[in-house]
Design a protein around this ligand. Structure first.
Ligand code: HEC
Length: 289
C-alpha cells in the first residue's frame, strides 16, 4: 500500500497561482506578486487541492488494499500497517493525528451498527481540508456581516456604484471643461456651478434684458419664467434657440457673439427663472412643457 505523498505533482500545483499573472511582464510580476490578493487566494486553493488530492488518493489506496487478497485479511493488514507506521515520517504521523485517521486494522471499532444488505458504514472523521475550510467560511461570513452590515466599514454594492458614478461625473465634467468649445445643443448639460450661473446672469443682463426683462417676465420676447415654450423647455432646446435664434421673429442667433460655454451658462440661468413670479409677466406663448 502506498500512502506516501506523490511529490511529483507538487511543483505543478504550486505553479497554479502564476496563471493569475499570465499577461503581466516578468519584472512587474515579481515586484507585485506578493502584494496581490489573488496570489494568496490561488495559493490557498493550490494547498487545498493538494490536501484534497491526498485524501482521495488515500481512500483509493485503502480500497485497493482491501480488494487485494494478499493484504485483505485483518492480520496481514495490521502487520503491513505496523510496518508502514515504523517507516512513517514525522509529518505523516502528525497528519494522521490531525486528520483523525485510524489505522485500517481498527476499522472494526468505527463500524456503525447498521447493515443494509451487507453494506456497512464507517464512522470516519471528516477530511480536515473540508472541515477547516468550512470553519474558515464561517469565520469569513461573520467578518463579512460585521464589515458590511453591522459596522458599515465596507461599501455595499449600491454605495460602490454611486461612488463610481460620482467619480465618472467629475471626470466627465473635467472632460467638458477641457473641451468647453465643444458644447453644443446635443451634449449641453444644465450648469449648477454658482460661478458659472453668475456668469450666465451677467451675460443675460448685458444682452437679453431689453427683450425678455430682468426677471424673465418677457416683453418683445416671450416670458421665460412660465412653463410655456415656443421652442421647447429643455436645456438642449433653450441652448438651441439661443445659438441659432429665430431671426425672422426677432430673436438673434447668438452663436457668433457668445462662446459655447457662455451660451450654456446663460441657458442654465434662463432655466433658473422657472417658478419665479415676474413683475409684469407676458401672457403664455407656445406649449406647456
Ligand atoms: C431683440 C430682442 C431679443 C433679444 C435681445 C433676445 N431675445 Fe430671446 N427671443 C426674442 C423673441 C422675439 C423670441 C420669440 C421667437 C419666436 O417667437 O420664435 C425669443 C425667444 C427666446 C427664447 C425661446 C422662448 C420660447 O418660448 O421658446 C429663449 C430661451 C430666448 N429667447 C433667450 C434669449 C437670451 C438668453 C437672450 C440673450 C442672450 C435673448 N433671448 C435675447 C427676442 C429677443
Amino acid at each position: 500500500m502506498n500512502t506516501k505523498l506523490n511529490f511529483k505533482a507538487l511543483p505543478a500545483v504550486f505553479l497554479l497561482p502564476a496563471t493569475a499573472f499570465a499577461s503581466t511582464s516578468t519584472a512587474e510580476l515579481y515586484s507585485n506578486i506578493f502584494r496581490d490578493a489573488y496570489f494568496w487566494l490561488f495559493l490557498l486553493v493550490a494547498v487545498l487541492l493538494l490536501l484534497a488530492y491526498y485524501s482521495v488518493k488515500r481512500a483509493f489506496d485503502t480500497i485497493a488494499a482491501v480488494m487485494n487478497p494478499k493484504t485483505a485479511s485483518a492480520d496481514s493488514l495490521e502487520a503491513t500497517e505496523v510496518e508502514e507506521e515504523e517507516k512513517e515520517s514525522a509529518f505523516m504521523r502528525w497528519y494522521k493525528g490531525f486528520a483523525g485517521l485510524k489505522p485500517m486494522a481498527k476499522e472494526k471499532d468505527m463500524l456503525l451498527d447498521h447493515d443494509y444488505d451487507g453494506i456497512m458504514e464507517l464512522d470516519n472523521a471528516l477530511p480536515p481540508w473540508w472541515l477547516y475550510g468550512f470553519y474558515v467560511t464561517i469565520a469569513i461570513a461573520v467578518g463579512y456581516l460585521l464589515h458590511y452590515h453591522v459596522l458599515g466599514t465596507g461599501k455595499l454594492q449600491m454605495d460602490e456604484y454611486r461612488a463610481e458614478i460620482q467619480r465618472a461625473e467629475v471626470e466627465v465634467a473635467a472632460y467638458f471643461e477641457k473641451l468647453g468649445g465643444m458644447v453644443d445643443e446635443n451634449n449641453v448639460t444644465l450648469v449648477e456651478d454658482a460661478g458659472r450661473l453668475a456668469n450666465g446672469k451677467t451675460i443675460y443682463q448685458n444682452n437679453c434684458v431689453a427683450c425678455h426683462a430682468a426677471d424673465g417676465g418677457g416683453g418683445v420676447g416671450p416670458n421665460l419664467a412660465d412653463e410655456y415654450w415656443i421652442h421647447g423647455g429643455s436645456i438642449n432646446d433653450i441652448f438651441r434657440i439661443i445659438k441659432y435664434g429665430a431671426t425672422d421673429k426677432g430673436m438673434i442667433a447668438w452663436k457668433d457673439i457668445l462662446g459655447p460655454q457662455d451660451m450654456q451658462d446663460v441657458a442654465s440661468y434662463v432655466m433658473s427663472f422657472q417658478g419665479n413670479e415676474p413683475a409684469n409677466p407676458k401672457e403664455p406663448q407656445g406649449e406647456k412643457m
